[in-house]
Ligand binder design. Structure first.
Ligand code: MN
Ligand code: MN
Length: 474
């Protein structure tokens, strides 16, 4: 028999009513990890797509199958209609039309599908010491030493002289060969290990070992290189000149895995920011007859500053929205002013190995749900969107209404570093924007760690955001 419930003291009651007490999700809902299991499996499938192009290639057939139609300019879409738009094979936008007119505002979410990696240089292939290599130029912020002595795979496209695109993937299939960057043996590394971490491996040492067997012809000088080029020619029909019109990169070759003996986490490459891509994608495609029109965007080039026609500093997404609104002659600025955007990106999870860089009252923790970041930036909030109190209040009420546990999060202690998101590229268009994502351990490392329940709750949060019926009156 259960004991009679002890009455709470006045202090306890006050504490409950007045104080904010962040706590692990498991405390209130222990069954949630089980509930998140299927979501985790689907998410791991999604993570096998490692570049922005692969994410678009993977998701477009899914939305087509679900009945999304390619956007047609000038169409007055009806509530419940679903459309998609692809920009340069690297951005996907999906939209579900709401009961209210587009000019009442759109619920937008944006996440980036690019992740740190090693891009090939335009003239990458060389031979040295009877071995062949690809030269790379790293993409995004990485600790270069983490990218040596791990299996790498090659991804990308080569555009041939006749304009045809050849897709390349090597090293993902278990039957494929692996590739890697070598590191100096410890026995001869007395000098190397004294260097600061940024210099342990030099950018120009990020050369991928791809072969060591020569072509059988004494009259040729670079025999190993030629043999490799011949293998590539036979498989893909490409010659060395074709690298000049290619986008190839190396990514960690390992597949997404459950992490931890309790399988409570996911360890995988590229979770920044494919965790948010997947959450918002799944939420948007499951959105049916929303009150407000929903819009989901996969961004590119976030890791290098959001430049170029596929980055969020480009107007591709705004042009799309303007094209949508033009069917009713709604000026885009009115649509943007009424809209709300979630800039979905990850934040740093507190890592007990480095307590000195985290301020535990304001940083995010694994297993406490999605993290909402009012601002990012560095050195006194420079280069930050800084969501308004009203915007925070609006999102807070959506999450609380849907009973989704969530947490606030700053990126580490003041002045220990910093970083930005695409929120400032979006809000520059007079569009209220707020950062939301999940906490990540080992961000930008070849294997990043997230919590399954956080990932799942982010998806639930996105669903609640798209389903919200309350007008934004600020
Ligand atoms: Mn990110
Ligand atoms: Mn990042």
């Amino acid at each position: 028999m259960a004991d009679e419930k002890e009455e709470k003291s006045l202090g306890q009651q006050l504490e409950e009513r007045l104080l904010y007490k962040p706590e692990p999700v498991a405390k209130k809902n222990h069954g949630l990890l089980d509930e998140a299991k299927d979501f985790g499996e689907e998410y791991k499938q999604f993570l096998n797509n490692k570049t922005e192009r692969e994410i678009v290639d993977y998701t477009v057939p899914i939305v087509q199958k679900l009945g999304y139609k390619e956007f047609v300019l000038g169409t007055k879409y009806q509530p419940g209609d679903k459309v998609y738009f692809v920009n340069r094979n690297k951005n996907l936008i999906t939209m579900t039309f709401g009961k209210r007119p587009v000019v009442d505002g759109v619920r937008i979410s944006v996440a980036h599908a690019d992740s740190p990696r090693l891009d090939f240089k335009p003239n990458p292939l060389f031979e040295s010491t009877d071995m062949a290599y690809f030269k790379t130029h790293y993409y995004g912020g990485i600790k270069k030493y983490q990218w040596t002595t791990i299996p790498l795979s090659i991804h990308g496209v080569v555009t041939l002289k006749d304009g045809k695109n050849v897709k390349v993937t090597i090293g993902e299939d278990d039957a494929d060969p692996a590739l890697c960057i070598t590191d100096l043996l410890i026995h001869l590394a007395y000098d190397q290990v004294q260097k600061p971490a940024a210099k342990v491996i030099d950018g120009e040492q990020l050369n991928i070992l791809i072969g060591s067997w020569p072509i059988d012809d004494e009259k040729v000088s670079a025999k190993v290189k030629l043999n490799i080029m011949n293998i590539l020619f036979e498989k893909y029909g490409i010659t060395e000149n074709d690298f000049q019109s290619a986008e190839l990169c190396a990514c960690p070759a390992f597949h997404p895995k459950d992490l931890g003996l309790d399988r409570s986490m996911i360890g995988a490459y590229g979770q920044d920011d494919k965790v948010c891509c997947f959450a918002q994608f799944k939420a948007e495609i499951e959105t049916v007859d929303p009150e407000f029109t929903s819009m989901m965007v996969f961004a590119d080039k976030e890791e290098t500053g959001s430049d170029g026609p596929t980055g969020m500093r480009s107007v591709f997404w705004k042009d799309f929205l303007e094209d949508v609104a033009s069917a009713w002659n709604y000026p885009i600025r009115h649509v943007l002013r009424k809209s709300l955007c979630l800039s979905c990106d990850v934040n740093a999870a507190v890592d007990p190995g480095w307590p000195e860089v985290f301020e535990s009252r304001n940083c995010s923790f694994l297993g406490r749900g999605p993290v909402v970041s009012k601002y990012t930036g560095s050195r006194g909030k420079y280069s930050t969107n800084d969501a308004s109190a009203e915007t925070m209040g609006y999102l807070r009420s959506i999450l609380d209404e849907a009973e989704i546990p969530w947490q606030v999060g700053e990126l580490g202690k003041i002045d220990v570093g910093g970083g930005g998101t695409i929120a400032s590229e979006i809000s520059i268009h007079n569009l209220d924007t707020i950062d939301m994502g999940v906490p990540v351990l080992s961000m930008h490392a070849p294997m990043e760690v997230t919590s399954k329940v956080d990932d799942y709750l982010l998806y639930k949060a996105m669903k609640a955001f798209f389903a919200c019926k309350v007008p934004k009156d600020f």
